[in-house]
Design a protein around this ligand. Structure first.
Ligand code: COA
Length: 334
């Protein structure tokens, strides 16, 4: 029988620079009260100098390798999830592989926004179980701060996002009863324009124009219909969590820990109530980091592993919803 895949080690990295809601209120018309009430976010991290998503990813990946007791020489697959690659192309995964001193291993990016880490995890799992790799590095990393409209015009989006990275080393589970039980991936491009970044687009010549930066609705910054996204999120999250539980014959009462993507604390509270998950079963850290997109689940899982909330034998569900729309889940017997 093919061994289950498991996470053998994790790491995460965020910039030192803390940006509070009050800091943002100095450059745009917003307030600590508005942001906390609507999103649960108190602060996020922004880089201050030249630093790409792979620079944070490298720190997270090295921690994950240490935690797994492995070195980069043991890794034969690298998947990097990001919507904010260091450069447009080549893939940031190849840049990260070079920074880590990897050999000529396969390395590719997954660009699937808030579901990116789970899409990357599912891809690596399939390749490992097919015998195409033994140990994979799966990294999610984002630098949002350099791409946000940090003025009143962009405040609905700008207050939400933060920079960060998280990493996991995947390999065969040491125990056949433990590891990744299933993954579930979904997408529906009908809703792409509800949360998107249009510039720089290959369909326009040149790909970015000066006027793209100005105007009331500039295509050079991410744009979101927040309420619309919120409504879909609170439907899709419970759906995809149930899908993961049912695939292995479990119910919501069997679930020990839920690690949802960190987009909005109110969304996660709604999901916890819908699933009747008791106090302490849902891991949230959005108050400290905001939405770090492809990194958010990896950072939250890493913190929960380190502080013992995710421990051997627990039934752990990871779940995501985001731009695309895309949504996904993964279920582990830890
Ligand atoms: N500070 C102060 N006021 C703000 C603001 C900010 N940062 N952002 C928006 N506002 C204002 C709006 O201009 C609007 O003012 P108006 O009533 O005078 O027009 C008012 O607040 C309400 O805006 P609205 O967008 O309807 O707020 P909301 O209650 O829907 O909350 C979000 C906005 C973004 C917090 C919420 O919609 C949300 O979290 N949606 C889901 C987003 C998400 O999950 N995104 C990522 C998916 S991966």
């Amino acid at each position: 029988m093919v061994a289950r895949t498991h996470i053998l080690g994790m790491g995460h990295a965020v910039p030192d620079n803390v940006v509070t809601n009050d800091d943002l209120a100095k450059v745009m018309d917003t307030s600590d009260e508005w942001v906390q009430q609507r999103t649960g976010i108190r602060e996020r991290r922004h880089i201050v100098s030249d630093c790409g998503a792979t620079d944070l990813g490298k720190i997270a990946a090295e921690q994950a390798l240490d935690a797994a007791g492995l070195t980069i020489a043991d890794i034969d697959l690298l998947v990097f999830a990001t919507l904010s690659p260091d450069i447009d192309w080549p893939a940031s995964a190849t840049l990260l592989a070079a920074k880590l001193g990897a050999g000529a291993i396969p390395a590719f990016d997954v660009k699937n926004q808030c579901s990116g880490f789970l899409y990357a995890l599912a891809s690596a799992d399939v390749l490992i179980r097919a015998g195409r790799a033994r140990h994979a590095l799966v990294v999610g990393g984002e630098i949002h701060s350099t791409g946000l409209d940090l003025t009143t015009r962009g405040r609905d989006v700008a207050v939400i996002f933060g920079d960060g990275a998280g990493a996991a080393v995947l390999g065969p589970s040491p125990d056949p009863e433990r590891g990744l039980l299933s993954t579930h991936l979904h997408a529906d491009g009908k809703f792409a324009e509800k949360l998107w970044l249009e510039g720089a687009a290959s369909r326009s010549r040149p790909r970015i124009k000066l006027e793209d930066l100005g105007g009331d609705d500039p295509v050079a910054f991410p744009r979101m219909q927040g309420r619309y996204v919120f409504k879909h999120a609170v439907t899709r999250f419970p759906e995809v969590i149930h899908e993961a539980l049912e695939a292995s014959g479990f119910t919501k009462d069997d679930l020990d820990v839920l690690i949802p993507h960190q987009a909005n604390l109110r969304i996660n509270e709604f999901v916890a109530a819908a699933l009747e998950l008791g106090e302490g079963k849902v891991v949230n850290n959005i108050d400290r980091y905001g939405n770090t997109t492809a990194a958010s689940i990896a950072i939250a899982l890493c913190e929960a592993v380190r502080d013992g909330r995710v421990a051997e034998g627990k039934l752990v569900c990871l779940a995501a919803f985001g731009a695309g729309f895309t949504w996904a889940s993964a279920l582990f017997r830890w």
